[in-house]
Design a protein. Structure first.
Length: 261
């Protein structure tokens, strides 16, 4: 029994020494150059994700410098940052794929609105910038104080939700420095909403919209009244002063008491 135990100890010691020698040899080979790119090159850059505005060639070019360092030496975080620096890229991930590839997943930004003529707005309400998009069509125009863009975007989405139920949408939203809201619908009708009770005033408009549509010539609806609204026909000359607007427009209200809040 004792002899058997001694034999196993000796064998274990021999294997331990052999293992250490193997590690040392591999480490020496690595440091002598076997870990360099020429021995472990990256031959494939595999791009995935729904990309429309970013060319796959741009994505591959962005990671090319890192890829040249080889499979083991490539810095995947630096490669990811290079891809995310490209216009229209929202986020990206980069991973090694054995034995000679990098897998690159890209999520693109999608623009649904423009804020103050410069920044683009994605479906999550986040702002981003892409040069050369000033002439981009099909976007809702949002304007408002730069330090309150989140409130403008939130209001746009909230009002849009009310309108969608009626088959309508917004083409423009303006919020002035005092916080007064003005919106233009996709059918061209302009709504003056004031500073308070924005959603209730939109609902008020929707409740009388069938009657207004029967007129066929509605250009502007002023909802800045506590109990009603006034309508400016298309043929009227634009009047921006609220008092003159109330005097020229057709009133549809009960107990008219203008309160342009």
């Amino acid at each position: 029994m004792t002899a058997a135990i001694n034999y196993l100890k000796a064998a274990f010691n021999r294997w331990s020494v052999t293992g250490l020698l193997l590690v040392a040899l591999l480490g020496g080979a690595w440091w002598s150059g076997w870990g360099e790119a020429r021995h472990w090159p990256i031959r494939w850059l595999e791009v995935s994700g729904e990309v429309e505005r970013v060319a796959t060639a741009q994505i591959r070019a962005a990671v090319a410098d890192e890829a040249r360092r080889g499979f083991f030496a490539v810095d995947v975080d630096a490669a990811r940052a290079a891809v995310e620096a490209l216009p229209w890229v929202k986020r990206a991930s980069v991973a090694r794929q054995w034995p000679d590839a990098l897998s690159i997943l890209v999520v693109e930004q999608r623009a649904v609105a423009r804020f103050n003529g410069e920044a683009l707005v994605n479906p999550e309400g986040e702002l981003f910038h892409v040069a050369g998009t000033a002439s981009m069509q099909g976007l809702v125009d949002l304007t408002g104080p730069g330090d309150r863009h989140d409130r403008v975007v939130e209001g746009w989405r909230s009002i849009g939700g009310l309108l969608r139920a009626e088959g309508l949408s917004l083409s423009r939203v303006d919020v002035d420095p005092r916080g007064s809201w003005r919106v233009v619908l996709n059918d061209g009708v302009e709504l003056l909403l004031g500073r308070d009770e924005i959603e209730p005033r939109v609902r008020r408009y929707l409740s009388v919209r069938p009657a207004l549509n029967a007129r066929g010539d509605v250009a502007r609806v002023d909802l800045r009244y506590p109990n009603g609204l006034s309508v400016t026909p298309e043929r009227s000359v634009e009047v921006t002063d609220p008092a003159r607007l109330a005097g020229r427009a057709t009133s549809i209200e009960s107990g008219v008491d203008a309160n342009h809040g």
